[in-house]
Design a protein around this ligand. Structure first.
Ligand code: AMP
Length: 195
């Protein structure tokens, strides 16, 4: 789909920027905001509506993969659970492997763990301790970046195993929470939709 769309755009000399803008508009139309979920004050960005729309599903996949096509990516590391939905597909399109980062107690073999702060309290994420070999180049992916706490914890997990985080990939970014500031200053942060 990604390559087909790129070829169509090139043959017809359509400015890629225009195409990307209309794709983004279409995706925004297909994301639903649920007020006060899971608790009062949170505007929850629901992507189940985007997943159910076959055009939005393909276009999201294309837009997520596109920034990394020319990079050498060994693994997409997807964050539980919505980072699994497009993460495996991205990995296939990039000829890379997929590695899940999960909530505590979900991974069956030996794990390493990192804790991060939530609005109230804290949470942890885990990674299999043999998930990849030292030196692997990794892109961390999730559906949305808010404060960046979970992506930062995932970065620490990858780096503890000797991996190199070469970038971050999100469908959406809540820019007012400045999550990207907490991520590596050397690795690019790619979000399709900046809210
Ligand atoms: P953070 O660690 O603060 O960047 O939060 C990102 C994680 O929390 C992602 O896994 C998101 O799916 C989820 N999340 C945080 N805020 C929202 C929101 N407003 N709508 C949907 N998911 C959210």
């Amino acid at each position: 789909m990604g390559l087909l769309l790129s070829t169509f755009v090139q043959i017809n000399s359509i400015p890629m920027q225009k195409v990307e803008e209309s794709i983004k508009e279409y995706l925004i139309e297909n994301i639903r905001t649920i007020p006060d979920f899971p608790k009062p004050g949170i505007q929850f960005k629901d992507i189940t509506t985007l997943l159910a729309d076959k055009k939005a599903l393909q276009l999201t996949s294309f837009m997520l993969t596109e920034p990394w096509l020319e990079k050498q990516v060994d693994y997409i590391v997807g964050l539980e659970s919505r980072g699994f939905l497009f993460g495996t597909n991205m990995a296939q399109d990039l000829n890379a492997g997929f590695i899940p980062v999960r909530k505590p107690g979900k991974l069956p073999s030996d794990t390493i763990s990192e804790t991060y702060a939530l609005e109230y309290g804290e949470d942890s994420l885990e990674l299999h301790s043999d998930a990849f070999k030292e030196g692997a180049k990794v892109v961390i992916h999730d559906d949305l970046i808010a404060t960046g706490g979970s992506a930062s914890a995932a970065t620490r997990l990858v780096e503890r195993l000797g991996g190199e985080v070469i970038g971050y990939s999100f469908i959406m970014e809540l820019s007012f929470l400045k999550g990207r500031d907490s991520l590596s200053k050397t690795a690019p942060v790619e979000s399709i939709i900046i809210l």
